[in-house]
Every structure is written in C-alpha cells, then in structure tokens.
Design a protein around this ligand. Structure first.
Ligand code: GAL
Length: 364
C-alpha cells in the first residue's frame, strides 16, 4: 500500500515535470565528476576573463601556485581586452587539445562557451565554472563562487543603512542604480539581489530613482569599465540632478564605485552613499575616510583554494564536495558557495584580519 503511494507520487511528479516542459536531470547525473580520477602531474587549465578588477588580477598567480602545490601542471590564461570572447574560446579549445583533466573557467561571457565546453567534455575534461556560471549549457560539472545573490542583498541593505545613517533627517532619498557587464552572468544576480531589498522601498516612496533608469538594460556597465560608469553618471547628473540632490548610488563593485565618486566630485556635488564589492586596495582608504560607504569581501585566496580542493578530489576519482545546486538555464549545476562578507569602516580592520595587505590599509 505504502509502496504504491510512493510510486503514484513519483509518477505524478514525473508527469508534472513533463507537463512543465522541464527536465529533472542535473549536471552530475551525466556521470561527470565520478570518473576514474587522474594522476599527479596532469594538466589543469584555467581560463580567466580580462583583468576587469583586482580579484581577477590576483586569481591568475594564485591559481598557478595552488595547482603546482597540489602536484599538477598549470596552464593559466587570461582573455585579452580587445577580443576577450574569441580569446577565451581559443584558450579553452587548446586546453582540451592538450589533454587538460580539469578546465576551470572564469567566463568573460558565460553564454558563449557552449561549443568549447562540449568539446572539453568530449575530450574527457571536467568543467568547473569559477566565480561566474556558464549559462545554457549542460556541459558544466561544477560551479564554485561566493553566493552572488547574497552579495546583491548585502549591497542593497547597506545602501539603505548608509542613507539612514548619513541623512538622519531625511524621510526619502534620491538614488541611482548601476549594474555590471551584460555578458557576466553574475551581473543580473547581483542586481536582482539588491533589488529584492530596494524595490519595496522604491514602491513605498522611500527611494526615488530620479533618472527613472531602473531596468538592467539601462543600468548595465559594458565590460565593467570604469569609464563607462563614469560617463553614465556624468550624463545622469547633467540630465536629472541640476537642481536636485543625489543621495546614494548602488554600485556593483569597487572599480565602478570609484568612477561614480569621481563623477560626483567633478560635478561639484556633495558627498553621497555608494556601495561596492571586491575589497580592492584602492577602495579601502575611501571606506576608512567615509567616501565609499561599503564593500564586500570575497577573499580570492579562498575561492582559488576551493577550486583546487575540488580538483584534487576529482583526481582521486571522487566527486567534488558541493553545498547546493544552481540552475544555469539548462541543468542544475552542483555548486559550492562561499559566504561573502559585508565591510564598512566599522568592521574593516576585523574583516581583513587574516589578510595583512588589506588590514594595513585600514590603519592609514
Ligand atoms: C564579477 C565578480 C566580481 C567582480 C566583477 C568585475 O563577476 O564576481 O567580484 O570582480 O566580476 O570583474
């Protein structure tokens, strides 16, 4: 009787899935990640995007040494700035040809590597998406990242907190919204995370986006380039803030936060509350002086270490440890999320205690 009930439920579930037109398949049902393992000395490929921010600059060197320390051979490549997508496609193809056992990818454009990861899988490599997920492909075995939605939520909440603290007498605030590069799968996730917190406050009138630009197509910053954010901020200040005060800006990372601050300063506007991400060395003094309200700490050393721990597990023929799954539009990808940490002037010294290079910047 009981067995029958379970069977009926299972049949109903399958029927429902079929009706919904979705598949219950997940990336690791394909048998990936539980292969025979591979020897020390094997080649591990790492394909990184162009060096848009300090975390990416750091990642290359960290990967090379972590891979070598773990006993493997490293092939670490960056995409160039002028043709990053084709660069990365060629680099991944070459890693597959050279017989890389694991290919770790920090995608410039996570939607444009489908052919390359398909070929990588066919050549016997395990594919790990690093920091940014690969979208709309089933040829992805694992994803390792800081929890991106959480990053956005922390930024949204911090913007609200910062506005209340800086302008205790105001009941409502004028803000503007920025997001990252449209090719980066993280950009919409950061933005949606932040909007989860900010949208209800826009709806109830606490926040006003004076430019009216709230759609991610309008807020995007092509290639995560500082100059693009600065130009957009200049234009918005010109068009919407001639006789209105700007109180705060949602910026998705530190590089763009500094560009936004430069724009606000050169327009002769008073100080604002601006968010950030990445704990870049150039932003930490600005956080200590109060010019940039907050950042997020995502220790690149931890993320690289985790990716190489996964690689070592795979080399032993084991599955890599994961904590959750992330749907990439095609499959549920086994995922390991690390927790992002929100940093303001108040906790900076404490937050960077394990990182002397950053900690010393909090003391100047
Ligand atoms: C994101 C990454 C951020 C930031 C940004 C700009 O994908 O998660 O930490 O670095 O790219 O390069």
């Amino acid at each position: 009787m009981r067995k029958l009930a379970i069977t009926t439920t299972a049949v109903a579930a399958v029927a429902l899935l079929a009706l919904a037109g979705c598949s219950s398949r997940s990336a690791d049902d394909s048998g990936s990640g539980d292969a025979k393992g591979f020897d020390k000395g094997s080649l591990i490929g790492v394909a990184l995007p162009d060096k848009t921010s300090e975390n990416w600059v750091l990642a290359g060197g960290l990967f090379k040494s972590a891979i070598e320390e773990a006993g493997f051979k490293a092939d670490v490549q960056y995409a160039g700035q002028s043709t990053p997508v084709p660069d990365q496609q060629a680099q991944i193809a070459s890693m597959s040809t050279k017989g890389a056992k694991v290919i770790i990818i920090g995608a410039k454009d996570g939607g444009q590597l489908g052919t390359q990861v398909k070929d990588a899988k066919a050549a016997g490599a395990t594919v790990i998406a690093y920091d940014r997920i690969l979208t709309d492909t089933k040829d992805i075995d694992y994803y390792v990242a800081f929890n991106n939605e959480k990053v956005g939520e922390l930024q949204g909440q911090a913007l609200l907190d910062g506005l209340k603290a800086k302008f205790p007498d105001k009941k409502s605030y004028n803000i503007e919204l920025f997001s990252g590069d449209p090719g980066d799968a993280n950009a919409p996730v950061f933005f949606q995370g932040a909007m989860k917190i900010l949208q209800p406050k826009i709806d109830d009138g606490t926040l006003k986006v004076v430019s009216g630009q709230t759609d991610i197509k309008q807020t995007a910053t092509k290639d995560w380039l500082a100059q693009n954010a600065q130009n957009r901020m200049d234009t918005i200040l010109q068009g919407s803030y001639q006789s209105t005060e700007l109180d705060g800006v949602l910026s998705p990372n530190d590089t763009l936060a500094r560009a936004i601050l430069t724009s606000v300063k050169s327009a002769g506007k008073p100080a604002i509350v601006v968010t950030g991400q990445d704990s870049e060395a150039a932003s930490i003094p600005l956080i200590m002086s109060g010019e940039q309200y907050m950042t997020i700490y995502k220790d690149t050393r931890d993320l690289v270490k985790k990716a190489i721990e996964m690689t070592t597990q795979l080399s032993k023929g084991d599955k890599a440890d994961t904590t959750t799954k992330t749907n990439n539009g095609s499959v549920d990808v086994p995922t390991f999320y690390l927790p992002p940490v929100v940093v303001t002037k108040d906790n900076a010294a404490e937050a960077y205690k394990n990182n002397p290079d950053l900690e010393k910047l909090t003391q100047q």
